[in-house]
Design a protein around this ligand. Structure first.
Ligand code: A3P
Ligand code: MG
Length: 426
């Protein structure tokens, strides 16, 4: 039975007006040589935890931007610890067989993104919720890389605090600036590690089930752009006459640390540079994006204020250094291509009035992870702490035992708790 202990916000701040000062320096993108951004500073700051009677109460977390305006937290350079592939039928492989190679297009390529939508498109069934399953498969196949060095640690102990998808962390980073879509994140503490898996909100489900035909087609355009710019092997050329199958994916698995949170996460990577002299992953990876053509200064400003936030957050997390954007006209034809270096995005946005700040994103994520550690204390695969957020509200949570929200599969529990010497190496 569900033990439901829903917490409602005690803070009543609902204004979206951001009062942060402009002109502060945000590192927002370049890694320091010593593999971290900045040392911790010891400046006092207001906690994002809702303060009821002057002391931090623990039941909700504010997302107000100004609470997170302080020095950039330590974020270690992400290290790729492995990768995996999903084939055309969404089968898992513990290797990089789906990796693709970036082939630089003309600056004005005239790619027709509508081509093949009707007859050469196999769309992944997005009503199937895979939760963390692929990452968990990767963990089982690579657990020696993650094994706790503490000899007495139980066999289910991984040497990380959090396991999740990069996309879930992207949502956390952009939360202080999000005004439209809320989220729900299920958290289970198991073997000392916190697993975070998204739960589709009712409103996201409604939107998914009621997409317009135009929206469905536009979702295809991003994948079609990938097909125009990616080759399957290092010496091949892209094949725009082929089938676009969105079941296929190449995913990197990275390890890093945000302040005192040790993270292991995976994210889909579009392609890599083909130059054999290119730096090792993730520095050789390239993220591909499409966006509407920019014709006015206002449109450029909107790109900086809204799209670059999402692009930056998604690529900054795994240490992907650049985004190649194809700008398309109303007919879905890519009319220009531009590269955005993640390390330069914070400079690009400096001149925008009332713009997003990388430090706010990272500090909010960091506080959220601390909040999760503090709330999700019972170590059991049967318990889910469900964290929920809606725009203009605080983050709240509820607790569920043996419920529909449980997401760690039985096969994972069994495999990970096996004695290491009885483990079959794959
Ligand atoms: P664009 O990013 O060019 O729009 P990603 O860029 O994250 O690798 O995703 C590849 C493509 O998947 C996107 O290309 C878009 O076509 C589609 N896509 C991903 N997430 C989506 C979302 N939430 N809504 C609509 N389309 C999405
Ligand atoms: Mg992409």
């Amino acid at each position: 039975m569900d033990r439901h202990r829903s917490r409602s916000p005690t803070s009543s701040y609902h204004s979206r007006q951001s009062s942060y000062k402009r002109g502060r320096d945000d590192p927002g993108g370049s890694y320091h040589e010593n593999k971290s951004f900045r040392p911790h500073n010891h400046q006092h700051h207001q906690s994002g935890w809702t303060s009821g009677q002057g002391t931090p109460s623990s039941q909700s977390l504010s997302t107000r931007r100004e609470l997170y305006e302080r020095d950039f937290p330590v974020y270690k350079q992400p290290v790729e610890v492995g990768c995996f592939s999903l084939d055309s039928e969404r089968r898992f492989f513990n290797d990089g067989r789906q990796m693709r190679y970036y082939v630089e297009p003309d600056r004005n390529p005239h790619f027709d993104l509508r081509d093949g939508y009707r007859d050469r498109f196999i769309k992944r069934d997005d009503s199937v919720k895979e939760k963390l399953d692929h990452i968990l498969r990767w963990v089982i196949a690579n657990r020696s890389k993650l094994k706790s060095k503490v000899p007495s640690a139980s066999s289910s102990a991984l040497d990380v605090d959090f396991v999740t998808w990069r996309g879930h962390l992207t949502k956390l980073l952009t939360t202080p600036y999000e005004t439209r879509e809320g989220w729900m994140l299920a958290v289970t503490r198991f073997g000392g590690t916190l697993y975070i898996s998204e739960v589709e909100t009712e409103s996201a489900r409604r939107e998914r089930e009621n997409r317009t035909e135009r929206h469905e087609e536009m979702m295809y355009w991003g994948y079609k752009f990938e097909q125009y710019t990616c080759a399957d092997t290092v010496h091949a050329l892209p094949d725009p006459g082929g089938v676009v199958n969105t079941n296929e994916a190449f995913c990197t698995v990275v390890q890093t640390r945000l302040a005192d949170h040790r993270l292991l996460f995976s994210g889909e990577v579009d392609c890599r540079e083909k130059d054999p002299e290119a730096p090792p992953p993730p520095a050789c990876y390239v993220e591909l994006k499409t966006s509407a053509e920019i014709c006015t200064p206002k449109q450029r400003s909107n790109l900086h204020r809204f799209k670059l936030l999402k692009w930056w957050a998604q690529s900054f997390l795994p240490g992907v250094p650049r985004v190649v954007a194809g700008f398309r006209d109303h007919e879905g034809v890519v009319v220009s291509v531009e590269t955005f270096h993640i390390s330069k995005i914070s400079h690009l946005i400096k001149n925008e009035y009332n713009c997003w700040k990388p430090t706010v994103c990272m500090n909010f994520c960091c506080e959220f992870l601390s909040f999760v550690k503090r709330i999700a204390t019972e170590d059991s695969h049967r318990v889910v702490y469900l964290f929920s957020w809606e725009p203009y509200k605080d983050v709240t949570y509820s607790v569920h035992r043996d419920s529909q929200y449980s997401f760690l599969p039985q096969w994972y529990i069994e495999e990970i708790t096996r004695r290491p010497d009885s483990h079959h190496l794959s």
